[in-house]
Ligand binder design. Sequence first.
Ligand code: HEM
Length: 123
Amino acid sequence: MADATLYEQLGGKAAIDAAVDKFYEKMLADDRVSSFFSGVDMDGQRNKQRKFLAYAFGGPVSYTGKDMREGHAHLLGKGLNDSHVDVVIEHLGNTLLELGVAEELVKQVAAIAEGARDDVLSR
Ligand code: HEM
């Protein structure tokens, strides 16, 4: 298993399924970020969370920096900034820790999300 990908080590698709509700609940319950998700239908939102987690897990769903810039450009007008990326990474980490994921793997996931920061903020 030494060369298993991060995605495989985390448990792949099954792990995403386990994490998606927990992560989504944390985001919507947090008034620092919940407003960015208003007006998006439930199914679309769950799908987004799923894609987000697949991305952060280093999984088969791949996005370019351009995709990340275009996907979040409309949020910049609503004030999206570094503090919101911090909140996403915080909730992502706590979700995984609550599910029993080892701290070392949580750090790797946080690093992937961190790597998208400048694209998400169009810098
Ligand atoms: C930390 C880095 C981030 C990553 C890796 C990331 C990843 C993604 C991905 C993969 C999508 C789905 C794109 C698609 O539909 O194909 C997405 C959409 C979205 N993200 Fe992010 N995101 C990040 C930060 C944020 C932050 C900080 C916010 C706001 C607090 C945010 C809010 C949203 C919203 C509202 C959508 C669109 C939902 C929709 O309209 O369906 N994201 N993001």
